[in-house]
Write a protein that binds this ligand. Structure first.
Ligand code: FAD
Length: 326
């Protein structure tokens, strides 16, 4: 458009979400062929995804490739945190944390909806003598949890993704849960080459089709046009089981009304509660892991071996819903 521009970025690298959230197990929950740029057909053809669902590292590699491929880095100022902006006259006046000043006619605040870490206000946190990590401020080097006693606070998607991996190394892992979230296995796998070639041969149509689906991605497509109440208990169970095996958001779209009809929603809740009790050997732990919230109101969490991890002797779940950490 002939405009001059520059991007101001707090981090010392590009990638946003995928730059900051380097915790073990971080992975995209939308298929890589869909959670990717579509502005360049050449880029779509050149890039080969290794995984059905890209890991944080793979996603970051992709974003770094894009920034180099389109020569964007020269217009990005890293380590530049915007402290405040003011609109005076007909211009934005921008000041950074190091007191650098910029002005521009337009200012696009692409600062992300979930880019500010929330550090819980826990009494005595600063006096804690062990190491403290936050999933969204994870260091670039590997953290060795071998023979360590580790506590994970929080069982949203970041907790759910990192718990099984940390549990492999830690001598003890204590998980502190306020709210149990609904979880389904993601079923990641190496890219299916046949499927990938098919998509690449018709990328435009693929994107066009996805744009018509709920959420704009394949798994959001409710291919079953019927309600969960239109089936017998056995048929419903079979459909839920097949969606669970498919993994990810496919579970949410097993029927056309899981998010709209309370009875159907309860069927999904019951199926998932049953799954938990089948997988988790300790019935008390299984009960604590069974969400009491409505299915689908919070984004569904996905990962690998989450419930199975609670069968490990070194892992303990603590329900802090009635006794939160202060
Ligand atoms: C752990 C995690 C996993 C996720 N996984 C998925 C997923 O699987 N699928 C999905 O669809 N969505 C997922 N999301 C949502 C994800 O945030 C979006 O998909 C997408 O990455 C958001 O892009 P964005 O450019 O809007 O924001 P971001 O990627 O957050 O980028 C915002 C950028 O602005 C910078 N910034 C913020 N404030 C300032 C400031 N004052 N000055 C300078 N720079 C600033 C930040 O450093 C950051 O680089 C996930 C989010 C998180 C946190």
């Amino acid at each position: 458009m002939g405009l001059s521009f520059c991007v101001l970025e707090s981090g010392d690298g590009i990638g946003g979400t995928w730059f900051w959230n380097r915790y073990p197990g971080a992975r995209c929950d939308i298929e890589s062929t869909e959670y990717s740029y579509q502005f360049s057909e050449k880029l779509q053809q050149e890039w080969d995804w290794k995984n059905r669902y890209a890991s944080q590292q793979e996603m970051l590699e992709y974003l770094e490739h894009v920034s180099q491929r389109f020569d964007l880095l020269s217009d990005i100022r890293l380590n530049t945190h915007v402290e405040y902006e003011k609109f005076i006259g007909n211009k934005w006046h921008i000041t950074t944390s190091t007191n650098k000043k910029f002005s521009s006619q337009f200012c696009i605040m692409a600062t992300g909806a979930v880019s500010s870490p929330r550090i819980p206000n826990i009494n005595g946190l600063t006096q804690f003598s062990g190491q403290i990590y936050h999933t969204s401020q994870w260091p670039k080097n590997n953290i060795d949890f071998k023979n360590k006693r580790v506590a994970v606070i929080g069982t949203g998607t970041s907790g759910i993704q990192c718990i099984p991996i940390v549990a492999k190394d830690a001598s003890q892992l204590h998980v502190y849960q306020r709210t149990a979230n609904f979880y389904v296995p993601i079923r990641n796998a190496p890219t299916d080459q046949k499927k990938s070639t098919l998509i690449k041969n018709n990328y435009n149509d693929f994107r066009e089709e996805n744009s018509k689906k709920i959420g704009g991605y394949c798994a959001g497509d409710i291919s079953n046009k019927k309600s969960a109440i239109d089936y017998s208990a056995e048929e419903r169970e079979e459909i839920f089981e097949s969606a669970w095996q498919k993994g990810g958001f496919y579970f949410q779209s097993a029927f056309n009304d899981l998010l709209k009809n309370k009875i159907s929603n309860n069927y999904a809740v019951n199926f998932l509660h049953k799954k938990i009790s089948q997988i988790v050997e300790n019935s008390n732990t299984a009960k604590k892991l069974s969400p009491t919230i409505t299915f689908g109101c919070k984004r569904l969490s996905m990962g690998k071996d989450y419930y199975e991890t609670y069968n490990n002797k070194n892992v303990r779940l603590h329900d802090i819903s009635e006794n939160p950490i202060h």
